[in-house]
Design a binder for this molecule. Structure first.
Ligand SMILES: [Cu+2]
Length: 123
């Protein structure tokens, strides 16, 4: 019985450590991402007819890049024409804009209107 409890405590401790570790790892990744210079930080990958991430938060003035990893052509078109639209992006082709005024920007693919995404621009 005592052994069982000890074992259990150890397991809990181990679990806590693992959770803590992954939290730290996540924090580390975040720091690395924001420290990275260049335009690859805010990248939206188009794959399997989806924008990934579907919602992206950026700061005004930052660049946002879409890259098409599908075999199908896709476009990036702003709802209400709030930002410049892309041409049809072929496989591995990229499209970059610079985030403007703070706000929420919805967009879709004009070839497949069910493909949608959101950009949230913060100050
Ligand atoms: Cu599409």
């Amino acid at each position: 019985m005592i052994t069982f409890i000890r074992k259990n405590k150890k397991t809990v401790l181990l679990t806590v450590l693992i959770v803590l570790n992954s939290c730290l790892a996540a924090l580390g990744d975040g720091a690395a991402t924001s420290a990275a210079t260049g335009d690859k930080k805010n990248t939206i990958v188009i794959k399997d007819f989806m924008f990934n991430p579907q919602a992206l938060k950026v700061k005004s003035g930052e660049k946002i890049t879409w890259i098409n990893r599908d075999e199908e052509p896709h476009t990036v078109v702003s709802v209400g024409k709030k930002f410049q639209k892309s041409s049809a992006l072929d496989t591995d082709q990229e499209f970059t804009i610079t985030a403007g005024a703070p706000g929420t920007y919805e967009y879709f693919c004009s070839v497949h209107p069910k493909m949608t995404g959101t950009i949230v621009v913060e100050k």
